[in-house]
Design a protein around this ligand. Sequence first.
Ligand code: G3D
Ligand code: MG
Length: 217
Amino acid sequence: MVNCVITIRVFWKKKSKQPPKLETRGTSNKYFFKLALLGDGAVGKTNLRRQYLGQGFTSDHLMTIGADFAAHDIALKHQGEEYQITMQIWDLAGQETFSAVRSKYYRGCFGGLVIFDRTRPVSFDNITSWIDELVKHSTRGLVPIVILGNKSDLVDSADNVVKEKKVMAYVDKINEENADIGFKINYYDTSALTGLNVDDAFTTLGTEILSWILSKK
Ligand code: G3D
Ligand code: MG
């Protein structure tokens, strides 16, 4: 695990770029962020987005083909000033294995939610490669990321769960090794079923992106 983090850090350092100037919509305090959901199949990406958009949880298998996006407007504060943000959230429906599609999907992203399933340890082991892929294709280098340990409602009844301590060690290591990137990688334990921390995760991602970009203006 430690070796993995160090390898990634070298890649991120090489690829990191200055954040771009924000495109404004109408007034100078209205901004638009493209965001991607990343993670193994069935970790809960689509349901997390549905929860955030107020569409509720579904256990129906979603057969959508291709990339799907939806927009959500939120107000965020930065240094006492209010900003109107449109979060455009991209969900790669059912095609996690097609890397050619994914590179287009990531293009121009300002941030990502990197999701694993608390009850499926292999999905946690894979988050490094998901982050790596976002960095490679975002066209902006390393962008703000929030890591989500989803299906936390199942943790008490599952046999083999990813321990929060292990996740925090991973997140702390990334933040230590990349202390100069201008934003923090955050972690939330979530449940798309109960809604636990779903709003907070998206808000934190938006806030990190906004303050990162405004600090460089
Ligand atoms: P994906 O978009 O990452 O592929 P989905 O994942 O959102 O389609 O979810 C995959 C399966 O996990 C779905 O069940 C869904 O209901 C379930 N799921 C997603 N998030 C949670 C969660 O937080 N808690 C619980 N208990 N289940 C969750 P099916 O039955 O369709 O496989
Ligand atoms: Mg999905």
